[in-house]
Design a protein around this ligand. Sequence first.
Ligand code: OOG
Ligand code: NI
Length: 458
Amino acid sequence: MSVQTITSPDAIRTLFSTAMSEMYRTEVPAYQTLVGLVEEVNAAVLAADPAERHRLAAAGGLARITEERHGAIRLGTAQELSTMRRLFAVMGMRPVGYYDLSEAGVPVHSTAFRPVDEEALSRNPFRVFTSLLRLDLIADAALRQEAEQVLAGRSIFTPGCLALIEKAEAEGGLDEEDADRFVAEALETFRWHSKANVPLDLYNRLHDAHRLIADVVSFKGPHINHLTPRTLDIDAVQRLMPEKGIAPKAVVEGPPTRRCAILLRQTSFKALSEPVDFQDGEGWRAGVHTARFGEIEQRGIALTPKGRALYDTLLQDSRRIVAPAADGSNAAQYMAALQQVFAPFPDSWDEIRRQGLGYFTYSLTEAGRRSRPAPGADLDALIDAGLVRFDPVVYEDFLPVSAAGIFQSNLGDDAQQDFAASPNQQRFEADLGAPVLNPFELYAELERASIANCFAAQ
Ligand code: OOG
Ligand code: NI
């Protein structure tokens, strides 16, 4: 194939995320309502805050806001995970980070597939939080075996999709026609199936072991379980959701409300109970399953290891004062404690930068371009002289405590369960067939490259 005919992975990713969003809008109408609300709130924020609008536009972030989404899926086997890695690679998405959720009572470990370089991120930062079920954490050996058997018997990818993954790997990409076919075939894997892969009795036993196990094992494929648009004001969306007939979860996960947003704040609406037909001899038997929901998020600055350590400590401290109850009864106390405990975290970009808590990109101002700073000049001095500006790097990843909160709010209050914490990144990477990338290294590289660019851009 000649280079000219290859469709860029970024373009395939955009086709795919648009197709996925359209599919989910028709499958889960409340998601459509939520997207509409987020668009309203984002437009209002930008209208009321020209400075923020200007900052986003200058940093190249404005265009990506309205289209921005993440989704999540849960897989059952190593084979599914490694093939999923190859599928996402066709769209320029790489596995970044390792998340152990066993500690939080959820029997999965996870990574996020996402684009990694700056240009790809600014074109379309679509990400998919991808979890692998850990049957090794299920105590009942007989049930574990039954679940393994069901999973071994399913194939979640269409033959057409597998063939196109191989073609992309062999030829270094796909042409336009193949890219369109690939998107349509790949979408099939993420579709909802209202006919279960198991009889009701097995579903119930899996469900009793853990609701998540039933969700992964009982269906033909890993239905996308939520899609998440990005908002510029999550508190406003949380407040307005009930007016649109959507019931939000009790508390917003992540850091408290601040002037300078850090990391990631998320909230969701509860999963819907949906009719499902279970196998019953030659026929079908009606039942329900609860899995699919909607979520919103507000993204802030990516923190350095030092900033992240401070975040983790403060979050732990505030949860020691008030642990958020699943029924929402102490939501106000929790949010108040969070706000108070986070007071020591500096709340100006300048201070966050000076203390080395966050990652920034640097660029020459108009005056800077005229004066052409010498390589090796002191960056702080250039900033003070108005020759260089700095902008926060957006956090592109996820947070394990928040992810656990999102999982839990959709599993119901009775689903709290203890597993021994057992992170196993090595095992995860063996199953994935590749190492996961280190998010801190990616942010540090973005920052380094932007500094080098200040001195080389002439
Ligand atoms: C994934 C939950 C985690 C997030 O945004 O932290 C997540 C799931 O429920 O499968 O999506
Ligand atoms: Ni999510």
